[in-house]
Structures are given as C-alpha cells and as structure tokens.
Design a protein around this ligand. Structure first.
Ligand code: ARG
Length: 383
C-alpha cells in the first residue's frame, strides 16, 4: 500500500500502527515502513484506552454479535480510526488510507468512522481499488522489492486484547473442524488441567475490577483472564456469521477473557436488576452490539444507548464465581450487597414474608384474557 500510494497518488505517506493488544512486532512494522520510504511513522500504544473506552462499554452491553462473537475485531476499528485522524490532523495530511478489502466488515467501520471524524479528508482503500489477486499482490511486492514473509501464511489472523480471529485456508470449508494449529490462546479441552479452577470476578457499576480478590488495572485484568481461561481451553468460538455486505462467513475465534467476563456480567445483572430491567435491556443490548459490529460506533444512537446502559449499571456491583473445566465454564455462585434475590422469599417453607394468599387473586387477573379466549374457542368447537 505504501508503494502504491507513493506511485499512484504521488503521496508522501505517514504510517500509523496502533497497538490494541494484537501481540505483533510493532518495531518490525516501523522498520519495514521506514525502509519503504515513509515520511514518518507513529506507533501508538492504545491498549489501556481500548479496554476502558471500548471493551468496558461492550461488557456493560453484554455484547455478543449473533449471540456468539464478542466483537473483538469490530471494537478496535473505531479506535484505530480515531488515532489515525489524530495523527492526520497533527501532521496536516490531506488523505487517509486503510488496507481493507471490498468484501468484509472492516471497510465499513473504517470508511464510516474516518469519514465522520475527518470529513475534509479523502479516504483511499488501495486494496479495494487495485483489484489484484493474492498472487498478483505477492508479485507486485516482489517487483517493488518489498519483503513478504515466506512463512506461507495459512490463516488470516486479526487480534486485539479482547480476542483473536482466525479465517481463511482450511477454515473456509465450514464443515472442517479447525485444526489445532489455528489456536494460540487456548489449549484443546483434552489437554486442559484435570482439576477445575474457580475464578471470582468482582464488578463495580458493571465493570470488572478484581479477580480472586485482587484489584487489578483494566488491561492486566483482561490479560490475566485471557491466560487463566485459555489454560482451561475456554473461549473457543466457531460460528457462521452474517457480514454486513451480506456474505455468510465461517468465523473462528478464541476469546477466553471475553467469554468468562460476559457470562459473569450477565449473571450479575440478573441478580441485581428488576425483571423489567433485565428483559428490556436485552433489546438495548442487541441494538448496541449490532451498531458496534456494523461500523456505526460514532452514530448518535450508539451514544443514546450508552446513556441508558450506563444508568442501568449503577447497581451492578458484586462478585461472580465461575468454574472453568475442560473447555467449559459455568457460573456457580454470585453475591451482591444490592441483590434482589431473597432466600427467604424463594424457599418452599410456608413461613415466609411472601403472602401466598395474594397469589390466587393475582393469577385470576393475570390469566383473565387467556381464559376468556380459550372459553370462546371451547364453546365454538362445541357448536
Ligand atoms: N468477522 C469479524 C469481524 O468482522 C472478524 C474479522 C477478522 N479478520 C481476519 N482477518 N481474521 O469483526
């Protein structure tokens, strides 16, 4: 892309690499950029901001796209775009380029976020416009003296601290089980420890703040849970995903921390929220994750929903105990000073403060229309 922008657009190129926890060699990226004659290069560590401003809102929103995917890639895009625009403004750049193809979701996220934050700048997507096949791209790189790693890349990988996405190669056949070599953050269940491990996560206002009683900084909390859950083979996801552009794609992820935290958070909400809140918030959560997946992070509706979600988290304080074992996880305990669960009400002992004599009348009214309808149906049948 650097060569292409230099040649086709006679551009002076400034490169930006944003660290969102993808565990890649940023120094090597910088060295390669410089070798290709960029004007300047910026490496930005945005891991902390990614956790507090992107992952934490996603936790509060129980964000799982199509019920499965913790949007670990999707969440990082608006942040990367924001960092690009900050550099572009500072350096007085007239255009912004990204490396997305024309087939995926990321082009949508970058185009919309960049176009919203920097309406004055031209957006260029070289890979989408040049129309080269993978082989032609490698030829082009060779011809321009651009080093391409020989390690025939088996998969297309994208990672952030919230999870790792694996695509392409063998995985394109949706019927093929992902080979073990696709995974890096999780062990197969067969190789997980033979004894279960309990993890207690403490939440304050919907945000995880401590693990096993130990207060942790946001980033290290997520990293710690990635390690613990990964060791037990927890967090592997294999699903058919609907991309925005209409393509169904087979997606494989490993999101150990996300899987554990989202399960625990949702459980705690059910302990402290009224049923009206629990049921209504499902609609808000579903819309929130769709917007975040669909590249609409900067749409005002997302902010509107955030306002509701943040308010809803005021009482989401407490601890959730999760049991990890052989690739699976289960919430096995929870407690909160603001719990609405009352053992005294729920038990089957007759001597509780729950007045059973009210139940008869309640049911009478609750089922009124249902009984009326069925009575009509019954008498119609008789005629
Ligand atoms: N399908 C996911 C998303 O749109 C992840 C894509 C990850 N990209 C990759 N090259 N593996 O958010």
């Amino acid at each position: 892309m650097i060569k292409y922008l230099q040649e086709k657009y006679s551009a002076e190129v400034i490169t930006v690499t944003v660290d969102v926890g993808q565990q890649e060699d940023l120094k090597a990226a910088e060295a390669k950029a410089k070798k290709l004659g960029v004007l300047k290069h910026f490496s930005i560590d945005a891991k902390h901001e990614f956790v507090t401003d992107y992952i934490f809102p996603a936790i509060k929103a129980n964000a799982l796209y199509e019920g499965k995917y913790p949007i670990s890639t999707s969440l990082s895009r608006p942040l990367i775009a924001k960092k690009m625009v900050e550099v572009a403004d500072k350096e007085g750049a007239s255009g912004l380029a990204h490396g997305c193809t024309g087939r995926g979701n990321d082009q949508v996220r970058f185009d919309i976020t960049l176009g919203s934050l920097a309406p004055d700048k031209k957006i260029i997507a070289p890979v989408r416009e040049w129309g080269m096949t993978r082989e032609e791209e490698i030829e082009y790189a060779k011809a321009k003296g651009i080093p391409v790693s020989d390690a025939a890349k088996k998969f297309s990988i994208d990672a952030s601290v919230w999870g790792r996405a694996i695509e392409c190669g063998l995985l394109e056949d949706a019927n093929n089980e992902p080979p073990e070599e696709a995974y890096e953050w999780t062990v197969p269940a067969e190789k997980a420890p033979n004894t279960p491990e309990y993890v207690t996560i403490k939440f304050e206002q919907g945000i995880p703040v401590a693990v096993n009683g130990e207060k942790m900084k946001p980033l290290s909390l997520i990293e710690t849970l990635n390690k613990i859950a990964g060791k037990h083979g927890v967090g592997r996801i294999d699903h058919i995903e609907d991309r925005l552009v209409g393509i169904k794609s087979r997606e494989v992820y490993e999101c150990p921390a996300a899987t554990v935290i989202l399960e625990a958070h949702k459980d705690l909400e059910k302990l402290v929220m009224t049923r009206h809140e629990v049921l209504f918030k499902q609609y808000i959560d579903a819309e929130w994750v769709f917007l975040a997946y669909a590249g609409l992070w900067v749409d005002p509706l997302k902010e509107d929903l955030d306002a509701f979600i943040n308010k809803s988290q005021e009482n989401v304080n407490g601890e959730v105990r999760v049991k990890l074992y052989k690739g699976g996880l289960r919430v096995v305990g929870r407690n909160s000073p603001l719990s609405l669960y009352d053992k005294n009400l729920a038990n089957y002992n007759i001597k509780t403060s729950f007045n059973q004599s009210y139940s008869k009348g309640f049911i009478e009214l609750w089922g009124l229309q249902t009984r009326m309808y069925n009575a009509l149906k019954f008498s119609a049948k008789k005629k």
